[in-house]
Design a protein around this ligand. Structure first.
Ligand SMILES: *[C@@H]1O[C@H](CO)[C@@H](O)[C@H](O)[C@H]1NC(C)=O
Ligand SMILES: *[C@@H]1O[C@H](CO)[C@@H](O)[C@H](O)[C@H]1NC(C)=O
Ligand SMILES: *[C@@H]1O[C@H](CO)[C@@H](O)[C@H](O)[C@H]1NC(C)=O
Ligand SMILES: *[C@@H]1O[C@H](CO)[C@@H](O)[C@H](O)[C@H]1NC(C)=O
Ligand SMILES: *[C@@H]1O[C@H](CO)[C@@H](O)[C@H](O)[C@H]1NC(C)=O
Ligand SMILES: *[C@@H]1O[C@H](CO)[C@@H](O)[C@H](O)[C@H]1NC(C)=O
Ligand SMILES: *[C@@H]1O[C@H](CO)[C@@H](O)[C@H](O)[C@H]1NC(C)=O
Ligand SMILES: *[C@@H]1O[C@H](CO)[C@@H](O)[C@H](O)[C@H]1NC(C)=O
Length: 373
């Protein structure tokens, strides 16, 4: 009995110690993104100005985290306040130019600089960038000097091509040989981007001294590009591919869903969520936390309307507490997807008829699909 009580005490003590060092179920902010003017979302939903592809939310949830949406179009004090309550930030992929005001890139500017400030103050704040998110991270840390080149890497499922010293990184320090073996042999990573960073670009402005490049890949034309990076000083990580898609997106036949691809995607989710567990920040109280979490919103089944995302969370300016509509220039990429890879959008019975796309806009959608990152 006494022995039992002692081990119970030790157990409780260990739990308390663990809770001081970090948090077992971290809360990660996922940045929203502006919807494309006159795109699929604005044709089907009233007043929705931003979205999060639900696959990013599931990706984090599937590794034990909870998610809060981070709004676009808000002022510095909003981001500053939120960044002192969450345990990490995920910058998702998508399609937007970095020069669009009040959108993804402007919000990312605040988040990335606040993450730098917090880490400099000794507050651990990890940031993960997927595809366009990785591009934004590198761009902002390069003080907005453009280093991307054009490349062709849409709909490409390829193995990891690790660099020799990849095990020196934090990201791959504890990866097992079995997983590495699978990653280098099977088509586990799914790429969908038209911009690439190369090792040569990274030598300019010495980005190679602040970022560690762990893997490379080759686009459809054989152009070598950087596919995995981590910052040397800050807990910032970037992947040019989409680890969430093999797990949670089923809109293109080119997305791999093999056991190997799922295992690989899960590796990246598990890594980032365990990074976020090192953070000990929290909301001021349970009510504030509950009102902020993504559970307050319901995702829409958008692939059935022709989107390249199975489900999306869609937000209005009222939900984001933005007083007026942010200025979104009528240009840039379209996130709204057309059909491709054999996926046929379904016309919803009883829908308003606008689901049947006129030929021209169908063609345009297919064209702008190429700019999804
Ligand atoms: C969209 O916004 C307009 C203007 O504020 C409002 O009248 C309308 O009810 C809103 N639609 C929905 C579906 O919320
Ligand atoms: C930022 O926006 C909030 C409301 O969204 C407002 O209350 C606050 O005054 C604004 N702060 C600044 C510095 O503009
Ligand atoms: C934003 O960038 C895109 C791509 O470089 C360019 O085509 C567009 O003209 C730019 N827009 C503005 C407002 O600078
Ligand atoms: C960006 O600016 C910061 C602060 O001025 C500087 O320390 C850093 O070296 C710059 N980075 C690059 C890549 O130019
Ligand atoms: C990976 O994809 C390439 C190109 O589609 C294909 O030739 C190859 O057989 C695939 N490899 C595996 C292990 O499935
Ligand atoms: C980065 O690139 C510069 C320029 O080519 C080179 O001199 C330097 O040794 C490189 N640094 C690293 C860490 O590879
Ligand atoms: C979080 O960790 C920091 C640094 O270890 C410590 O100073 C701070 O008191 C901790 N905060 C909480 C809420 O536990
Ligand atoms: C919870 O925190 C929020 C934000 O700091 C505050 O406005 C609210 O009054 C607090 N609620 C309770 C019950 O303490």
């Amino acid at each position: 009995m006494q022995k039992f009580s002692i081990s119970l005490l030790i157990f409780i003590g260990a739990l308390l110690a663990a809770s001081e060092a970090g948090i077992s179920s971290p809360i990660i902010g996922v940045l929203t993104q502006e919807v494309y003017v006159d795109g699929l979302i604005s044709r089907h939903f009233d007043n929705k100005t931003s979205y999060i592809a639900a696959s990013y939310v599931k990706y984090l949830e599937g590794a034990g985290a909870r998610v809060v949406p981070i709004w676009i179009g808000r002022n510095r004090s909003y981001y500053d306040d939120l960044m002192r309550k969450i345990n990490g930030v995920l910058l998702p992929g998508g399609a937007t130019w970095f020069n669009q005001s009040n959108g993804y890139a402007d919000a990312g500017e605040h988040l990335i600089h606040l993450a730098i400030e917090l880490n400099d103050q000794g507050v651990f704040m990890p940031v993960w960038g997927t595809c366009l998110g990785m591009e934004l991270l590198v761009y902002k840390l390069a003080n907005e000097t453009e280093h991307r080149i054009n490349c062709e890497a849409t709909g490409m499922a390829v193995p990891m091509e690790f660099k020799e010293d990849y095990k020196k990184s934090r990201l791959f320090a504890s990866i097992t040989d079995d997983v590495v073996d699978t990653m280098v042999k099977e088509n586990v990573t799914y790429h969908w981007h038209q911009f690439c960073y190369t090792e040569k670009d990274f030598e300019r402005d010495l980005l190679n001294e602040t970022w560690r490049v762990m893997s490379l890949n080759h686009d459809w034309n054989g152009v070598e590009f950087i596919s995995t990076v981590e910052h040397i000083k800050y807990p910032f990580y970037g992947v040019q591919f989409h680890p969430e898609k093999p797990l949670y997106e089923f809109t293109k036949t080119s997305i791999p869903h093999t056991a190997a691809a799922v295992l690989s995607g899960q590796f990246f989710a598990d890594f980032f969520v365990s990074e976020a567990r090192e953070s000990n920040q929290s909301f001021s109280n349970a009510t504030e936390q509950a009102r902020t979490l993504i559970y307050n919103y319901k995702p829409e089944y958008t692939s059935i309307l022709g989107s390249s995302y199975i489900q999306q969370y869609l937000f209005t300016n009222v939900e984001m507490e933005i007083p007026e509509i942010p200025e979104i220039p009528d240009e840039g990429g379209n996130n709204d997807g057309g059909s491709s890879g054999g996926y046929i959008p379904i016309v919803v019975p009883g829908g308003d008829g606008s689901t049947t796309m006129p030929l021209l806009s169908g063609l345009l959608l297919t064209l702008v699909l190429l700019s999804i990152n």
